[in-house]
Design a binder for this molecule. Sequence first.
Ligand code: PLP
Length: 393
Amino acid sequence: DIQLSQRVLSIKPSPTLAVTNKAAELKAAGKDIIGLGAGEPDFGTPEHVKAAAVEAIAQGKTKYTAVDGTPSLKQAIIAKFKRDQGLDYAANQILVSCGGKQSFFNMSLALLNAGDEVIIPAPYWVSYPDMVLVAEGKPVIVECPQSQGYKITAAQLEAAITPKTRLLVLNSPSNPTGMVYTKAELLALVDVLRKHPQILVATDDMYEHIIWTAEKYENIVTVAADMYDRTIVLNGVSKAYAMTGWRIGYAAGPAKLIGAMKKVQSQSTSNPTSISQYAAEAALNGPQDVLVPMVKAFKERHDYVVKTLNSIEGISCSAADGAFYAFANVEGAIAKLGLENDLAFSEHLLNTVGVAVVPGSAFGLDGHMRISYATAPSVLEDALGRIKKAIEG
Ligand code: PLP
């Protein structure tokens, strides 16, 4: 019998990918299944981005690149930060990786010692706690209920900090809730962080462009310049440009930490795919209005999904500010059906009406479900009709 490492035994496979796979399996077996688990836009990658990749192949740009990304892609990223957020970074403060996921993974390995605490507000993106565990850090989960918009408050942050706290993870717009931190909310967190200068912040801005707030998009650095030296900004092209399969994410932050993350990457994957890097460069340097129709569609679907969910007995869904997920409180529906928890609820939906959703507990907050509306409106209509039937009979 093979003895596996404690490290790998401490983690679980991504639950969102598991739901997507289970739905695909049932579908392949001929069952009538609607999968609402996917975390990727249902739009295609923009044509000029695909063309840039084809061009890169034709020109033979198919060899190793610099571990941390091609100089030209790094310049495009530097320009993006300046253009969108007014932030200045030098080339040694940027690391390009194989998706946003690898950026966070590199950061965890480069930053954490055994037992270092990482504050993760729940509901959270499923991968944060497990990546912290792989690095032998300790996830400190802070539950943020619907009543506070699923966002961490200054008081909660203060209470969660210990001498072992190394990092706070923020994700706005959030996966799974779509909620965005306002400037005032971020400044309240900054007030707490100023008293604890040893704590770094990771701001995961992956859904930055998929947003419909009246207020301009802000993260912890854009609201407080003094956070610049202790913040690592994580972003990527996966969601904004419908490029999930290309695997390009990037990180910006203190040169020392970025350098350490680069070292980790140099001993694991080396550079991200050369062809994808040329495509990402085209996405960042090219016309940004390609995002407009996609964001408009997501907003329309958001309005429809939230309204429809709230019309179903036992479901309460708060309106979101961005991303492409509806995170709904289904405690009433769970009670009505006499089920134990949200895992049983999601299994009930799959077994009775063939709709695959992800239970809130996968994101660290029980009593909820996440629906991805990155899917055609007619399919959403069908799915929501089925959910209503599963609950109301
Ligand atoms: N961050 C958040 C909040 C996400 O939802 C995702 C993808 O689901 C990622 C990062 C990672 O994106 P990728 O590794 O596909 O670039």
